[in-house]
Design a protein around this ligand. Structure first.
Ligand SMILES: [Zn+2]
Length: 259
């Protein structure tokens, strides 16, 4: 094929270069995964994390080949000198302009503080309170309670009462027997109910306003018995509650979303 412009020629050169690199890679002994990791770490792969391990132990810039399709992107990512030096070379600038502020993350690692992700916080464990057979009566009352609270405090909000007291929480509350005080309530909720601070007292007062049935241990055997049971064909309490709460929320509000 005749090269009519410089472009096909350039592509041929690129391909040649890539072939050369591939052959080189084949000749080199294979890097172990530890070596690969070390290479990446030395070139900044863990910088900018919450652990603030931003220091660089090597100072080097991989060679830039402007003919390659990546146009120096790999040296730009892996350099441990200055990212602007790579730009300078790629754009054939004569010199680096004077920096008036921070230069780049290599020269000014403090820039990472602007983008560092927050500390990872493991979710607190689910309630360790023993759960028994859920009480449908308690579930129905709690569904009523959350509807009243939603109407009273968030009349115009677009989300449903599920946002006040999720079904999941209702099932837990209905499966533990009578809840006498705030300590017991807190233990059952285990920090999982985001409205606890605002509505904890009110919920406790509500739960004490009627007689909560005693704790009913779950049957030991046949926990997954077929639906067609002997006496009545009632679905399990948890399932019934799901049906009751069929008005799925449009969005779950956060406590500070209010008004
Ligand atoms: Zn720099």
């Amino acid at each position: 094929m005749i090269a009519v412009s410089s472009r096909p020629k350039r592509r041929r050169e690129e391909e040649k270069e890539l072939g050369r690199q591939r052959a080189q890679r084949k000749r080199r002994p294979k890097r172990t995964s530890k070596e690969k990791k070390d290479y990446a770490v030395k070139r900044g792969s863990i910088r900018g994390s919450t652990k603030k391990k931003d220091e660089l132990t090597t100072r080097e810039q991989p060679p830039i080949d402007p003919a390659l399709a990546n146009e120096g992107l790999i040296p730009f990512l892996q350099t441990t000198l200055c990212r602007r030096l790579v730009w300078k070379e790629i754009y054939s600038n004569k010199e680096l302009s004077q920096c008036t502020g921070a230069c780049c993350d290599v020269c000014n690692p403090e820039l990472f503080d602007r983008t560092r992700p927050g500390a990872y916080k493991a979710r607190s464990r689910r309630s360790t309170v023993k759960k028994g057979e859920p009480s449908v009566m308690v579930q129905e009352r709690l569904v009523g309670w959350r509807t009243v609270v939603k109407k009273r405090d968030f009349r115009t909000a677009l989300w449903s009462a599920e946002g006040i007291l999720p079904l999941e929480t209702i099932i837990v509350l209905s499966s533990v027997g009578p809840i006498q005080d705030r300590v017991a309530l807190d233990r059952v909720l285990a920090g999982q109910w985001k409205w606890e601070e605002r509505y904890g007292e009110e919920l406790l007062a509500f739960l004490k306003s009627f007689e909560m049935p005693a704790f009913q241990p779950l049957p030991k055997k046949k926990r997954k018995a077929p639906a067609a049971s002997t006496s009545d064909s009632q679905p399990p309490a948890a399932k019934r509650a799901r049906t009751m709460a069929s008005a799925t929320p449009l969005a779950t509000p956060a406590p500070d979303d209010e008004n």
